[in-house]
Design a protein around this ligand. Sequence first.
Ligand SMILES: N[C@@H](CCC(=O)N[C@@H](CS)C(=O)NCC(=O)O)C(=O)O
Length: 278
Amino acid sequence: MKIPVLYVYPPSVWASVPELALIELGYHPDAVLRRVVDLSEGENLGPDFYEINKRATLPALEADGKHYTSTIEVTKYLVEHAPTPGKTGQHQSVIDAVHAEELDPNFAKIAARCENELGKKQELGLEEFATERYAAAVQYAAHRPEMQAFYEAKLPQLEELHALYAGSASAEQQQAFFQKSTMHWQAINSFIWEKLPHYLPHTGFIEGPEPGEADFHVAAWLTRIVACCMDTQSTNVNDEMQALARELCDEVPEEVDRYWAAWTQRQSWRMVYRDGLH
Ligand SMILES: N[C@@H](CCC(=O)N[C@@H](CS)C(=O)NCC(=O)O)C(=O)O
């Protein structure tokens, strides 16, 4: 049988979900072959990866002659084929919740609510990220007329982000982006306070004493949100929950605090985030 191929990029939020799953579900380290698709260079926007995943997103999995092209599908496959079976999740609603567009953890990373935050994120390398990806897509589009519809959908978003980060956006575009970013963080803030605690258990994990399907998704989402808070704090904060609390302008709900502590003690989480939160 052919070894499944998992398409990943280490700093990617959603590609961390199958990485956590592989370890927690007891897969042998060589059970899947990893191929890195460099999102910062726009490699996912090219024709090679388009053959694998028409959505052009990570993670993707090639297994049993099929392509699994969303985080939910990839992780479900890994759960269903795990060496330790019986970990099928019972909590699809929280998985769907953290994948909702209004809580998109990738937008949380690029969002900027004011000029100060935009400046900080430029310093963190987002200007280069936005510029390289836009340039790569322009190049691909020029040579791939057969993918015209794909680039027509992608290029305006990439161009807009490039303009914002390169400082060539109009004042109106900038204000609209600040407003969209503010609303995005408000949605994240209210999710963490009003909904997330209801999904979290008093002890252990959402799926039981050990992490299961829903936990892999929630852990990756929460880790990215915490990473964004650590990145943009105006003073150095070493404590992750303290950084989250400052973003929430409040304390962190105790259920979230407990869940974070449970995850950060796991070998799997330490392995996946060994080079830093992302
Ligand atoms: N809802 C999709 C989102 C996946 C997604 O956005 N992945 C990011 C990496 S974390 C990506 O590949 N983005 C590609 C791009 O922005 O061009 C899923 O869960 O599969």
